[in-house]
Design a protein around this ligand. Structure first.
Ligand SMILES: *Cc1c(COP(=O)(O)O)cnc(C)c1O
Length: 469
């Protein structure tokens, strides 16, 4: 362990080198490429003695660092990729340094869950959600959907006196949805409910992805009173559409179902007076998924689940780490490990705590509204330039568009992304090949829109799109 001892002596130098490297990366993120065309040869044999941290850093900087893309920069508009605020980075560093195994909130060797419980309260406050939700951190919206739907599964069992967590699923579980995110469908597969078992509900007519409430009623009637799970959306990925939560709440008064909302990024409208009407009524859901590594702009991997406190016993039945006697009675000693998929976990909440505490309500209101402004600015360009057309109206922070010559979408996007100036992802919407640009990074400015649209004009010339006009 020679290198380990040397590293201990060199701790200050190691951390200052890394700090300086971080500063250099972040200060130059605007210039860094958003795409990389070259890979690197992998080294698959472990060295006998190792190189020490300074040696490893040199190797990382030689082989990997130059090809790392600016996915946390202002012109990475692919998927729904958030950036990292300075406060979130500070919190993330400290999570690593303190290296807690975040479980409990009462002095049983670790109290770091206090930070997590407090952060959940801050998020509920940001979203103007009532305090009757219990919440916690998981790695992403996929795991949050999984967690919520796992409790929903347990709830379904209880409607006929069964304990699915203990005895396994008995019979099929009815799930209704109009435009579920792929990760919710994947969660159904992981939970044994079957990804192919979603009963599709029509979308509202008129270029929408939201649930058609009349069709939902019809589909519910065909279930003859059987309890079911409804997966609804606060922000679909293609067109950022929102289901009508007030109408769904009215149905909930009448029918017996578990109401889940995937609000991975769309939930953030709740902190903007301009857009919060989009989630009106969402507080009545049984469970809500929100991603933090998207619009909260904290580093990956961070998301939360909110499940109504009245379902806490179901949640514990689903996730309790039953055989670990040394952990005590899960009801007496609160520990996150009895309420979510992971057992050991890092202090995931700290980056979110730092950023929320640093920028407050108005900081996030501004961040959200500025990103929407940028989406609208970009949409103006798409609308005016006859080489492009919108595939859907811009409802929030995502622009879904195509080329007037749809057959060139693939080559256009490849060439555009290869410029390294901007990154977008392909999609398929309403029977057409399209492109998505999602605005979720706090750094994006009007200047970035100009840089990207200039590149788009150049690429249009290169691929020779015949202007139909
Ligand atoms: C991104 C996203 C997910 C999946 O989130 P991960 O963080 O990638 O696990 C789920 N639902 C919606 C609506 C999303 O946008």
């Amino acid at each position: 362990m020679n290198n380990l001892n040397t590293d201990l002596q060199n701790l200050e130098a190691i951390l200052s080198n890394v700090k300086q490297q971080g500063i250099d990366y972040l200060n130059n993120i605007q210039e860094r490429s958003t795409a990389s065309s070259t890979g690197t040869q992998m080294i698959c044999d472990l060295s006998a003695e190792g190189f020490g941290t300074i040696g490893a850093l040199a190797q990382f900087n030689k082989r990997f660092e130059p090809i790392i893309v600016a996915s946390s920069g202002p012109r990475y508009w692919g998927f729904v990729t958030g950036g990292t605020t300075p406060a979130a980075i500070a919190g993330d560093w400290l999570s690593t340094i303190y290296d807690q195994n975040t479980q409990s909130a009462k002095g049983s060797g670790d109290i770091s869950a206090l930070v997590e419980l407090e952060t959940i309260q801050l998020l509920l406050s940001l979203f103007n959600l009532p305090k009757d939700f219990f919440g916690g951190f998981v790695t992403g919206a996929t795991l949050s959907n999984f967690t919520c739907l796992a409790v929903a599964r347990q709830w379904i069992g209880k409607q006929s006196g069964k304990d699915f967590a203990k005895d396994g699923i008995n019979g099929s579980i009815k799930v209704l949805s109009a435009t579920p995110h792929s990760s919710a469908v994947k969660s159904l597969a992981m939970l044994g409910m079957g990804s192919a078992n979603v009963i599709p509900v029509n979308v509202t007519p008129g270029n929408r992805e939201a649930i058609d409430i009349e069709d939902l009623k019809l589909k519910i009637e065909t279930l003859n009173g059987a309890p079911f799970i409804l997966i609804s959306s606060a922000g679909t990925v293609n067109t950022v559409d929102f289901d009508d939560f007030e109408a769904i709440y009215q149905l909930k008064e009448k029918y017996n179902f578990w109401w889940h909302i995937d609000a991975a990024f769309g939930g953030f409208v709740a902190c903007s007076p301009k857009y919060k009407h989009l989630v009106k009524g969402w507080e009545n859901a049984d469970s809500i998924t929100v991603d933090c590594h998207k619009w909260l702009n904290v580093p990956y991997e961070s998301a939360v689940f909110f499940v109504k406190e009245k379902h806490q016993l179901l949640q514990m039945e689903t996730f309790q780490n039953a055989n670990a006697a040394y952990l005590g009675n899960p009801l007496d000693n609160f520990s996150y490990l009895n309420f979510l998929p992971e057992n050991s976990r890092r202090l995931k909440a700290l980056p979110a705590w730092f950023t929320l505490t640093s920028y407050g309500r108005s900081g996030y209101e501004e961040l959200i509204e500025k990103n929407v402004e940028m989406a609208l600015l970009f949409a103006d360009f798409i609308t005016i330039d006859t080489n492009f057309e919108l595939l859907a109206p811009v409802r929030l922070n995502t622009v879904c568009f195509t080329l007037s010559n749809e057959s060139l979408v693939g080559s256009f996007l490849d060439q555009l992304n290869a410029t390294g100036k901007v990154f977008m992802t392909p999609t398929f919407y309403n029977g057409k090949k399209g492109i998505r640009a999602a605005f979720v990074n706090w750094r994006t400015t009007a200047e970035d829109i100009a840089i990207a649209t200039d590149e788009m004009k150049k690429v249009v010339d290169q691929v020779g799109i015949a202007n139909p006009d």
